[in-house]
Design a protein around this ligand. Sequence first.
Ligand code: AP5
Length: 233
Amino acid sequence: MAQETSRAVGPIVLLGPPGAGKGTQAKRIMEHYGIPQISTGDLLRENVNLGTELGQAAKAVMARGELVCDELVCNMVRHRLIQPDTRRGYILDGFPRTAAQAGWLDALLDHELFDKSRPTRAWPIVIQLDVDYNQLLLRITGRRTCPADGKIYNVHFQPPRVDEICDIDGTKLVSRNDDRLEVIQPRLTAYQEQTRPVAEYYQRTGRLISVNGDVPMDAVTDEIFRVLEDHHA
Ligand code: AP5
């Protein structure tokens, strides 16, 4: 499908538990609409790898499967959102995931709604990916990522052509540090306790659109594109 680069799209918020497919779908939206994926998980992991002050503060928290504190995450997102590539829209993948982050984002967007110089003056389109618990476990434990280009694989559902090797650049695939079995449960608990209320908040304000994430990747993508097209029609 040709890339769409003329219209403003979004902002788009992708919500869903660990392993729901947010990163996978965000990359497809990014490729199709030409707007950036802003993954707070990826940004934090980048900071951990670079050993920045933020990365040092986040490293142990992430390894335990808990959420990094709101102030650090919101500052990181603020810094990313002022980059010029967000002007036509952006996809927030993994943000907001606490009530405080959702409030912070609303305040930011509320301000932008009155900024006539911004082409993307709109409330976010919030898409929630629903996936069965056992399927989530398979997806998380089977995930492999290319450290060079970020491409996501799955040993069960989307294996590389050669075992453990990236199809694109031949790099050896890696497992994420927090995809270990003992860290998965705390991550799912953090989702239930801290992020479900965010989904409920968007539901109450009539902004939540649920998409069945428990079907093959292409079917999820088709449904998301349909939702986005309906929204912009
Ligand atoms: P983050 O990186 O955001 O992880 P997450 O939310 O736990 O989500 P995942 O990346 O595990 O899953 P995903 O939904 O992106 O699924 P994916 O597409 O990879 O956060 C990590 C940590 O950072 C947090 O625990 C926290 O410490 C910190 N953090 C991040 N944001 C924060 C915030 N806002 N506030 C505070 N702390 C924050 O897919 C998973 C697998 O399934 C892949 O292998 C894929 O190939 C496969 N798959 C995908 N779709 C399908 C399908 N339809 N069928 C079959 N397989 C599929």
